[in-house]
Design a protein. Structure first.
Length: 379
């Protein structure tokens, strides 16, 4: 099939979960033999049009150059669509987007809306408040228009899709690149360069340091464990590198995606200490795409995370990892001490994590699910 993938606000290559998602989906579909054209945001120093990873990348921009005005990319998207003549269009959902779905509708091309974040209002939603102040509810009307117009939708959680669109929504899981993220990428010299003491258990966090990612909980637990010479903490992401504040370890700052497989494999445990009280949207359910968890698992790391529906299915207690009480840094410290003191437990959980992510949560499996939906709507 010839597929046009619209993710106009994402930058590829990039360092965010969104950019990784777009990259892996585009090249995963291409690896299945499809002709993939992807529309992403223009960036200085990167060609506007190039063939890379088996994908034809088209980089565009609009005015004002902010994702809140992404719908203004419609003219550029229509130009690419007319040139490519796709058999199906897929768009990465954003409340201020819709240019791909609407262009496909105008051209009579079937479309798939990829819903990664809520397309419905949650309790206390700022968007709902703004909509009410505007009286005519423009934000809700637009997103509902997109959901009605799309031929089909895919989402990790049906509850983040409007009721009327759920019958045409396929539940899918995200994943990891299980070839790139592999235990064999472990490097002793990288551990030494990062300051990990010989024989210490290196606990890794990867993410953008947003409040609901729970970095504050992890660092509080790390301070409780500062007396333990056999524990060392590495935090990748955030705005800048720094030494650990009151704990053994360091913040590494933002790193290119290409460096992540070796970093993850060189750790001994992965931390995903979500604090869902910090993100009101999560009252709808845990819809978050836990890329960090899938990549930990693919690299053979046990994962320490909270117990919540959806997450419980990915990381099962004492099978692929261990759970701690959400927001409780003392309980997190207890679990990390247990892992540090039991190498056999870490090894068992890591092996089982690798096996489970290969079987159920790889980008290859995800792209096969997408391809099935795209073929169906294009038939």
């Amino acid at each position: 099939m010839r597929i046009l993938y619209v993710a106009s606000d994402q930058r590829v290559p990039g360092r965010t979960g969104g950019s990784v998602h777009v990259l892996e989906v585009a090249r995963g579909l291409a690896a299945l033999g499809h002709e993939v054209h992807a529309i992403v945001h223009r960036e200085a120093g990167v060609p506007d049009d190039e063939e890379r990873d088996g994908v034809a990348w088209h980089r565009i921009k609009w005015r004002p150059d902010h994702r809140l005005f992404r719908a203004r990319a419609g003219a550029a998207v229509r130009r690419v669509l007319a040139a490519v003549r796709p058999q199906a269009v897929m768009e990465r959902y954003y409340n201020f987007g819709g240019e791909g779905i609407l262009a496909a509708d105008h051209a009579g091309v079937p479309s798939l809306l990829e819903v990664n974040s809520p397309a419905v209002d949650h309790p206390g939603s700022l968007k709902a408040t703004l909509d009410t102040l505007a009286v005519v509810h423009p934000l809700r009307r637009r997103r509902e228009r997109l959901c009605r117009t799309a031929t089909a939708l895919v989402s990790p959680l049906l509850e983040i899709v409007p009721d009327f669109a759920r019958p045409k929504t396929v539940k899918v899981s995200w994943g990891a690149n299980v070839d790139a993220f592999h235990p064999s990428r472990r490097r002793a010299d990288l551990r030494a360069a990062l300051g990990v003491p010989d024989g210490a258990t290196a606990v890794l966090f990867v993410g953008s340091f947003r409040p609901w990612h729970g970095v504050h909980v992890l660092e509080a637990a790390a301070r409780r464990l500062a007396h333990r010479a056999d524990l060392y903490f590495l935090l990748a992401g955030g705005s800048q590198a720094a030494e650990g504040a009151g704990y053994r370890g360091r913040r590494l700052g933002s790193l290119p995606y290409e460096q992540m497989p070796e970093l993850v494999a060189s750790a001994d445990a992965g931390a995903a200490p979500y604090d869902t009280s910090r993100l009101r949207q999560l009252r709808l359910g845990f819809y978050w795409s836990p890329l960090k968890i899938f990549e930990y698992m693919a690299s053979g790391l046990p994962t320490v995370t909270i117990s919540r529906p959806e997450l419980d299915e990915i990381v099962r207690e004492n099978e692929e990892g261990l759970h701690f009480r959400e927001g409780d840094d003392a309980d997190l410290a207890r679990v990390l001490e247990r892992l540090a003191g039991d190498p056999a437990l870490r090894a068992r959980l890591g092996r089982q994590a690798r096996a489970r992510v290969v079987e159920r949560y790889s980008w290859a499996r995800h792209c096969a699910q997408l391809a099935d939906v795209l073929r169906r709507i294009a038939a």
